[in-house]
Design a protein around this ligand. Structure first.
Ligand SMILES: Cc1cc2nc3c(=O)[nH]c(=O)nc-3n(C[C@H](O)[C@H](O)[C@H](O)COP(=O)(O)O)c2cc1C
Length: 342
């Protein structure tokens, strides 16, 4: 098991976004970012074929599978499957505010149940030898004081957890949609920094509203890691220099897609990156994956460049009609021609 990775920069779990294809695509940009899966409900993992929720390529590593749930036994059994599937870490979601998740009594509402979280963590960590981490908020509803947050983390720490990812805003469980819950409650980075200062033995990543490598470097002066969500999905090219600046891995740039897919070089341009993704698209289409799923992750690639909108439109209009691997490749190549990249 290769545990030779660090958490200096990770990509957030995002439902309908960070599936295996997105993770593969992001891995072509950076060799070192830690990639989180979208949340998978523990019960679903237990009752599905492994390929359905745990299928992936080793090329994605280091990768983390995020579980949702609040039943220690189910989470422990699901964690075993996650480990057997090859993931380097398993994460418990204590931050998602959606109604569906609340009805299942997990996600952010677990922050009100610190002892349940501690029991879940223990059961999961006892079941596997890979690390188990917790992703949480700084509070929930009216429970938004420093003391509440500190007590929550301390309880889980006492159960043995050492890795925390903190979305630095609280969640409002009534009245705000999941989207609003990522925007309306104010960010309090100070909570996360205070936590690290007070509990330096913990590995702490900060999350929420971070969009540039400069901001990431600033946070890393005091913290162990930064997790980025929306910016990585909507504008993935911002990660272009991440290996060099965040992980001190200086590799040459190349226009050769094969060298990028082999991890030897960094893509010199966004178009080279896309070329490097194409063999994967061909393979996935041949195995029956719909083109719409494979291309939706590309919509943000040319953000800010002339023709970016036309590129997106060409993909979204053409994807439902692209039938075989050859048609899929032609679609992407034609769409690419609509963009002017400097
Ligand atoms: C579309 C979408 C889906 C998300 N799904 C999850 C999820 O499955 N599990 C989770 O812990 N957080 C989820 N989140 C929250 C992100 O992981 C992250 O905490 C949040 O977007 C704040 O980070 P950002 O400002 O860098 O985007 C989701 C966010 C978005 C935008």
């Amino acid at each position: 098991m290769n545990l030779d990775f660090n958490r200096r920069l990770s990509i957030a779990p995002m439902l309908d976004c960070t599936d295996r294809h997105e993770r593969y695509f992001l891995r072509l940009i950076s060799k070192h970012i830690l990639l989180y899966s979208e949340m998978v409900v523990a019960n679903a993992v237990l009752h599905a074929k492994p390929e359905q929720f745990l299928g992936h390529e080793p090329f994605e590593y280091p990768a983390v599978l995020q579980l949702g749930g609040s039943n220690p036994a189910d989470l422990a059994s699901a964690s075993k499957l996650v480990e057997a599937a090859g993931f380097q870490e398993v994460n418990l979601n204590c931050g998602c505010p959606s109604d569906r998740v609340q009805n299942g009594n997990f996600g952010a509402c677990l922050m009100k149940e610190k002892n349940v979280v501690a029991d879940c963590f223990k059961a999961m960590q006892d079941a596997v030898s890979i690390p188990v981490s917790i992703k949480c908020r700084i509070g929930v509803d009216e429970f938004d004081s420093w003391e509440f947050f500190e007590d929550f983390i301390q309880t889980i720490r006492n159960a043995g957890c050492r890795i925390f990812i903190v979305h630095a805003r609280k969640a409002w469980l009534q009245g705000l949609s999941p989207k609003e819950n990522r925007e309306v409650p104010p960010l309090h980075y100070d909570f996360v920094h205070r936590l690290k200062a007070q509990m330096p033995d913990l590995n702490i990543s900060i999350n929420g509203g971070i969009k540039t490598l400069d901001q990431i470097e600033e946070q890393l002066k005091d913290l162990d890691g930064v997790m980025v969500g929306r910016e990585a999905y909507e504008n993935p090219w911002f990660l272009h220099d991440a290996d060099e600046r965040i992980f001190n891995d200086i590799r040459p740039e190349s226009d050769d897609p094969a060298k990028i897919a082999a991890g030897e070089c960094r893509p010199a341009t966004r178009k080279t990156l896309l070329e490097a993704y194409l063999p994967y698209v061909e393979k996935q289409i041949a195995e029956g994956c719909p083109m719409t799923i494979l291309v939706k992750h590309l919509y943000g690639l040319f953000t800010g460049l002339p023709g970016a909108r036309k590129f997106r439109q060409a993909l979204s209009n053409g994807a439902p009609r692209a039938k075989g691997p050859a048609e899929a490749v032609t679609l992407v190549k034609n769409a690419m021609e609509l963009v002017q990249e400097p």
